[in-house]
Design a protein around this ligand. Structure first.
Ligand code: ZN
Ligand code: ZN
Ligand code: ZN
Length: 360
């Protein structure tokens, strides 16, 4: 599998006339090798030439973490007294066009560009994002399993008490339950109550959840290497008529946007479908983010469902569809599912019902 991915990467390097790809922190490296660089100050870097064997330059103390049965690269452990940038620069010398992983620390990129003054540096995402955006059956199975675990957490939490607890306390419970249901880690667990719900990426804090609050809960993590990401909206006690109307609009926007998912449709069209419904209902200026993002090894990756992205959806793309409406100073609401593009219509990986969950 890794060998096939490396072959595809090399073909794309050929198309883009890239001589060497350099991958460090981030998901491109595990996509090609199964190995994830520790996001620390010591450099880990895969040197992937178009026409020669790849070399993984790795701190000697981290070399035992590398599974060398994967193949496709040799290891070059470096000692504490060596300069890893010089090692990479020597391996890449002569390259005219080098593509560097998007999340590589600037310190190393600047060091490499100083060591290789005649080389053009490009983004490795140009090589790898189109490959990673089309998932194979195993990747979709992993995303489905992660989504189902997240569904189960959303439903379990609908049985729990929210009022009288801090957002932080409820957030911890979401995260713990993801782990209890098979995630290796929780990436985030947004619990945004009352007025905090108007901030889509609210950091859960000490606010105590009150009766009557609308609570936006957006949580996800990693399971078998792949990410989950789901949002459901909870209401403590009885929802107001205004909220019920707003939430109907939101649910309609989310459902119609998912229905529009089909191979060949531009990514921006999915955003437009959701936005039109929300705008027609008078909430357009309160939908302040794009409709969705791709998901895989990374929680956010291509394709992005946003105005201006006219890339056409392909079978195997997996992304969130997550419109939201945010009333500043009052509350917010969002519904988020992960959706797969198939030849036979959209498949929503999340199956937990969309209605607002009434809790105590
Ligand atoms: Zn988000
Ligand atoms: Zn989310
Ligand atoms: Zn999301």
């Amino acid at each position: 599998m890794f060998a096939a991915r490396m072959d595809r990467a090399r073909r794309r390097m050929q198309e883009l006339r890239i001589d060497v790809v350099l991958l460090s922190v981030g998901a491109d490296l595990p996509y090609l090798t199964g190995y994830e660089a520790m996001p620390l100050e010591r450099l880990t870097m895969l040197v992937l030439p178009r026409d020669a064997e790849a070399v993984l330059v790795v701190p000697r103390l981290e070399a035992p973490r590398v599974d060398d049965r994967v193949g496709g690269f040799t290891l070059r452990p470096w000692d504490e007294t060596e300069d890893p940038v010089a090692i990479v620069a020597a391996l890449a010398s002569g390259a005219q066009r080098i593509a560097v992983g998007d999340q590589t620390w600037a310190r190393f990129v600047l060091g490499l560009s100083a060591a290789l003054p005649d080389t053009a540096f490009l983004n490795a995402s140009d090589v790898l994002s189109p490959l990673r955006a089309v998932k194979d059956a195993d990747e979709i199975a992993a995303l489905r399993a992660a989504a189902h675990a997240a569904d189960a957490v959303a439903l379990e939490m609908a049985q729990e008490r929210f009022s009288g607890r801090t957002e932080r306390d409820v957030s911890r419970e979401f995260a713990q339950r993801l782990i209890d249901l098979g995630h290796s880690r929780a990436n985030f667990a947004i619990v945004a109550s009352g007025p905090n719900g108007a901030s889509p990426h609210h950091e859960p804090g000490e606010r105590v959840i009150d009766p009557g609050d609308v609570v936006v809960c957006d949580f996800g993590g990693r399971m078998r290497g792949y990410c989950s990401d789901i949002t459901r909206t909870y209401v403590v006690g009885h929802p107001t008529d205004e909220f019920a109307d707003l939430f109907d609009v939101l649910a309609e926007a989310q459902a119609r946007a998912v229905d529009a998912v089909e191979p060949g449709v531009p990514a921006e069209e999915i955003d437009a479908v959701a936005r039109r419904i929300i705008t027609d209902a008078g909430y357009g200026s309160y939908f302040i983010h794009r409709t969705g993002h791709g998901i895989g090894l990374d929680a956010h990756e291509e394709p992005y469902l946003v105005a201006g992205n006219d890339e056409k959806l392909e079978v195997g793309n997996v992304f969130s569809v997550e419109p939201g409406i945010y009333l500043p100073g009052r509350y917010g609401a969002r519904i988020e599912d992960i959706v797969v593009v198939t030849g036979e219509g959209p498949e929503s990986l999340n199956l937990a019902p969309h209605h607002a969950y009434i809790v105590d």
